[in-house]
Design a protein around this ligand. Structure first.
Ligand code: ADP
Length: 258
């Protein structure tokens, strides 16, 4: 599904948070939204998912997202946010099954076999099968994040929006999550838009990047081109490339393997 933003602008009172963002994202791409804290990354995700008021337009396959019925929007877009709202003692499996709701044939449609398969697959892919009966209220931050990722995989949207999908995850699950999302793109040919802080992850996985500075697009395009030394130095007021090399140098240490 083609995602098109045209002159997307978000303002709170006199303060413009996102300023005239335009881009087109075709199928099969993984777009990373990068930039310092407060640059407007999450706000763009919120606007695309119609949870934040904006001017300009968001079009999904040419259709204005603002005019779509919520049920249709829910079939097209899947969103993983940082703040999971959990106040009921659902089991992990129930939370994952809620992802199938947008596919159900109304309230009494019941679960089809396809729904069960999708739920099983999502639990498996996210490593949550063993925790399926556990109440989500008792999960660790990382497990909760994976439960909601499983819900998203079960939902099988046409476009995934991920706001810091590995925020609470340790290295193993971070690697697993990024590989899982990359496989999902390869298998379905669909697209993902992610907010990432980790520029190494953005470089490793992003096919495209939107680099933001105070709500403006510094550049949009191929990741390697956008995350250039010059662009990064400008946006972070730091020679990011030298900094990163210095950090990774810690691991080029002969005492590590003795
Ligand atoms: P990022 O994801 O890049 O860290 P955000 O999109 O979360 O940035 O926020 C961008 C800016 O907008 C921040 O300065 C934040 O304080 C501000 N902001 C976000 N939501 C609101 C709101 N509801 N009212 C006023 N300001 C907001």
């Amino acid at each position: 599904m083609m995602l098109e933003l045209e002159n997307l602008t978000v303002a709170y009172g006199a303060l413009t948070i996102v300023d005239g963002i335009s881009f087109t994202l075709p199928d099969g791409e993984w777009l990373m939204i990068a930039g310092p804290n407060g640059a407007g990354k999450s706000t763009i995700i919120g606007a695309i998912s119609q949870n934040v008021k904006y001017t300009g337009s968001v079009r999904l396959d040419g259709e204005d997202a603002a005019r779509m019925k919520p049920a249709k929007l829910a079939r097209k877009l899947g969103v993983l946010t940082q703040n999971h709202w959990v106040s009921y003692s659902f089991s992990v499996e129930e939370v994952v099954r809620l992802g199938r709701y947008s596919h159900s044939r109304g309230l009494f449609g019941g679960a089809g076999n396809g729904d069960n398969d999708a739920v099983e697959r999502a639990l498996e892919l996210t490593g949550m099968t063993a925790l399926r009966s556990q109440s989500v209220l008792t999960l660790s931050g990382g497990e909760l994040q994976r439960a909601f990722l499983a819900q998203l995989i079960a939902q099988d949207p046409e476009l995934m929006l991920l706001d810091e999908p590995t925020n609470h995850l340790d290295l193993v699950y971070q690697k697993q999550t990024f590989s899982l999302v990359r496989d999902w793109i390869a298998q379905t040919g669909r697209s993902v838009v992610s907010v990432v802080h980790d520029l190494s992850l953005a470089r490793a996985f992003g096919t495209r990047t939107l680099l933001l500075e105070h709500g403006h697009a510094v550049e949009y395009g191929e990741t390697k081109k956008v995350l250039s030394r010059e662009n990064l130095r400008r946006v972070y007021s730091l020679d990011v490339v030298e900094y990163m090399r210095g950090m990774f140098e810690q691991w080029n240490d002969s005492t590590l393997d003795v």
